[in-house]
Design a protein around this ligand. Sequence first.
Ligand code: PMP
Length: 428
Amino acid sequence: MLYQRSSALFKEAQGVIPGGVNSPVRAFNAVGGTPIFAKSAKGAYVYDEDDNRFIDYINSWGPMLLGHAYPPVVEAVIEKARQGTSFGMPTALETEIAELAVAMVPNIDKIRFVNSGTEACMSAIRLARGFTKKDKIIKFAGCYHGHSDSFLIAAGSGAITFGTPNSPGVTGGTAKDTLLAIYNDIENVKSIVEANKGDIAAIIIEPVAGNMGCIPPVEGFLENLRQLCDANDILLIFDEVMTGFRLAKGGVQELKGVDADIVCFGKVVGGGLPVGAFAARNEIMDFLAPNGPVYQAGTLSGNPLAMAAGLAMLKEINADKGLMNRLGEKTKYLHNGIAEALNKNNVIHTINRIGSMISVHFSEEPVVDFESAAKGNNETFKTFFHGMLDQGIYIAPSAFETWFITDALTYEDLNETIAAVEQIAKSL
Ligand code: PMP
């Protein structure tokens, strides 16, 4: 595979864009080499500037549940664009997508649309603090909730002690209000709550983690968090930016039967356009401006192109009763194929899978939290990544990411992927 044009474009981009990219993971720092510059995409495939074709398992980091350039989404955007791209006034379309989202997702009465997952989580935290009149939040090491200050807190500091910023620019004052807990460890969370009695506004969690590879919650973990929150007047925030409208049409709340107090969305809800959202029951959402005192706003929030794409996407997901099952079956097939190929070549690995999310960890022990995820062999991952790329399979350029399965993938595509794993496994 040749990447000449991508190399030249990357060089040029580095002159005018920091690191040549507008979001860091795209730069291939973790795996080395030149990032692939995308030219177009259709269905299961992405095409780069050198006209290479890749079977895509990133899918814009999640949004493309039905594949790239999905016709109903594309048509909806084109039609809307002809009528004006932004008004800064309310539109009927916003109510239509809100009504559908509220109908699809359990346990929410109202939803507010924003422009990214970061905005959704940042706003959810402010709302939780305003509503509870408390300052501290608990987040889990290895969970990602966007790049707003409260969430950029280093893992590894003592869980009960104050956090420290891991990004310069985050003030110590902000960091001390974010407490770090261990994913899937309820006793750890309990001890943090106990040590900070009466001070915690919210616990925010990816109810299925996808940002340290894919890590599903262990049996009872979410239920226990729910109980802990109820007993201590803490709001439970599910960050379903990755899982919402993906793992079930109502997200993890539906899948696991556990209610959150506030839910954050992004990715799929925007059908590939910049959208995020947060939602809750009336009592909480009515605390938000203009009805309530907690301020939150956006010039382009509820943008007609974004809402048109999102609505077209949600309608498809809502109407297709077999979709989740099909996605789950394809992912299971891929899981079995990859496991067999790696086992045949004695490559140590652990595969985590739930619904249409899957990740391959080059580690022997179960991967249940950040510490175990970090034990994966990164050198093996690098070889694996480049071996797959050179065979036309595009997976995320970091071991701490999830593969996203789309409905556009055929069993032929999956077989091609498994064959590529078999090939590269010989040199791992
Ligand atoms: N929450 C989760 C769970 C995410 O996976 C992401 C993005 N990967 C975000 C929040 C942030 O979303 P965005 O990049 O749209 O700001």
